[in-house]
Design a protein around this ligand. Structure first.
Ligand code: CO
Length: 505
């Protein structure tokens, strides 16, 4: 490489790393805000965070970055499509072009409006008062449409929003995948509902003292490979994971003393996110090559550890005796098969975040369809509750008794996150594709799980997915790892086999 381009590339990386550093300070403040910060500190924290995000936006949209990218795009670095340098130049161009298209005024208005509307939503949801929330939702939708117009798109505005969470995904490709999934999912949900096999839910709703849940959750997270030397586990109201930087990943959970699933599977879920962050290449920190691919790929890691591993039989062959020892009151007299069935309860339900792994994707598809018509303005926000309820009846056969348990249940729309929901279902689809491939390459994986060994799967994920950062976009990564393009077959094969056996279909 000529000295000239080497120098330019070095300058680009230095500038981008500075922005990343600011972002990681903001992440740490965000983690603190949601775990330990005293309530009265909220306003000062909002000022601190707003200051840092403004500073970061300024650094990352500096015109000098645009100049450097233009020069480097003509450099020999680009000859090798997937080299570290070419990846960074390509992905930084993607990010830069988006960020500079958003006027500072709009960025500020979105931040201000969504902060307020989230507050209104939280209050209004408590009373199931859609009328109070409506004017805010209307504002947020208009702002998201304006944002999409600024960002630009080929076919429809929603694509621009989707691309901010799942680079490269479009309504067209996602709809195609989802409709294939739905066609096969609906009969499975019906067959399970008609099965005579019924889980005994009193098993998972027994006495589970919080301190012992914490011990068990930490043991399970450590066993699957979450590294506590470079990670923490804390308590919060709405669990999340945040990667502060190399050597510092933070996961969170929430305990219910009368229900084991919430914290246990929640911890495995967040540990899956944490293992991804801990597996990123520290040498590449601060550049796209050292970052996660997309929300969908991130969610594939959490869902795989939570469901495909954490809710599988071999996992519990290993952990059930230990769980019986830790929770003798709740599990001492329970048979293995009954416990295993109870953590795999499947039934249509109102609330997405409490849904099982079979019906979960239907909750996402419903939101995806409604988001599209809202952004196209084919559905008015005032008509959303009616549209939600009729679609819900169609998808699940039940009608929500109120809007709190209907169209007001999630924070996302009040926060302006149109385009975010599909990434959850994409995560499940990618998880199944990766897991099927892992089983094919390591046929004794389940025997290893039964012996309490999860290291080989973690190492495989580290090598195939985590260590590459943003080298490949999500769909390309799936192709490189599995040899298949994004499709619903591996997920349906997995669900049909597992739940067919469990529910004797
Ligand atoms: Co997640």
């Amino acid at each position: 490489m000529s000295d000239k381009f080497e120098k330019l590339y070095k300058e680009l990386v230095e500038r981008v790393r500075e922005a990343t550093l600011i972002g990681s300070i903001e992440s740490l403040l965000g983690w603190d805000e949601r775990t330990y910060m005293p309530r009265a500190g909220a306003e000062n924290r909002a000022n601190q965070s707003a200051y840092l995000s403004g500073l970061m936006h300024q650094k990352i949209t500096d015109p000098r970055i645009g100049e450097l990218l233009s020069e480097l795009e003509r450099s020999p670095y680009m000859k090798e499509e997937y080299s570290n340098e070419a990846v960074n130049i390509r992905e930084l161009r993607h990010d830069y072009d988006k960020l500079v298209k958003l006027p500072q005024r709009l960025v500020e208005e979105i931040t201000k409006t969504t902060t307020m509307s989230q507050g209104v939503w939280a209050q209004a949801r408590g009373k199931s008062d859609y009328a109070t929330f409506l004017p805010w939702l209307e504002k947020v939708i208009d702002l998201d449409i304006e944002k999409a117009e600024c960002l630009g798109y080929e076919k429809e505005a929603y694509d621009a929003l989707l691309d901010t969470y799942e680079p490269g995904a479009t309504v067209e490709t996602v709809s195609k995948t989802f409709s294939g999934l739905r066609d096969e999912l609906v009969p499975l949900v019906e067959a399970i509902a008609n099965s005579s096999v019924k889980p005994d839910l009193s098993i998972v709703n027994g006495d589970y003292p919080v301190d012992r849940q914490a011990t068990f959750g930490r043991e399970a997270a450590a066993a699957i490979g979450y590294n506590f030397e470079s990670g923490r586990l804390d308590i919060t109201a709405h669990p999340f994971t945040t990667g502060i930087g190399p050597g510092d990943t933070r996961i969170t959970t929430k305990y219910d003393p009368k229900f084991i699933n919430q914290a246990l599977f929640g911890t495995l879920h967040e540990a899956g996110h944490g293992i991804y962050d801990q597996g990123l290449d520290p040498e590449q920190y601060g550049t796209p090559r050292g970052e996660s691919v997309s929300l969908g790929i991130h969610e594939s890691q959490s869902r795989m550890w939570e469901n495909m591993v954490g809710r599988c039989k071999p996992f519990w062959r290993h952990f059930f005796p230990r769980a019986q020892k830790i929770f003798p009151e709740a599990l001492g007299q329970v048979a293995f098969d009954d416990f295993y069935l109870s953590v795999n309860d499947v039934r249509p339900s109102l609330i997405r975040i409490e849904a099982d792994e079979v019906t979960y994707n239907l909750h996402i598809m419903l939101r995806f369809e409604l988001e599209q018509v809202l952004i196209r303005k084919d559905l008015k926000a005032k008509d959303l509750p009616e549209a939600w309820n009729s679609k819900f009846k169609d998808f699940f056969g039940i009608t929500p008794p109120d809007d709190a348990r209907g169209c007001m249940q999630d924070v996302h729309w009040s926060a302006g996150y149109f385009g975010y929901f599909p990434t959850y279902a994409l995560g499940n689809l990618y998880a199944a594709m990766f897991f099927a491939k892992a089983l094919e390459e390591m046929p004794d994986l389940e025997e290893q799980f039964a012996a309490g060994q999860f290291g080989q799967l973690k190492k495989w994920l580290n090598e195939k997915i985590h260590s590459h950062g943003r080298r490949y976009r999500a769909e390309k990564l799936a192709e490189v790892v599995t040899g298949q393009s994004l499709n619903h077959k591996p997920l349906m094969t997995y669900l049909n086999k597992k739940f067919g056996e469990l529910y004797k279909l």
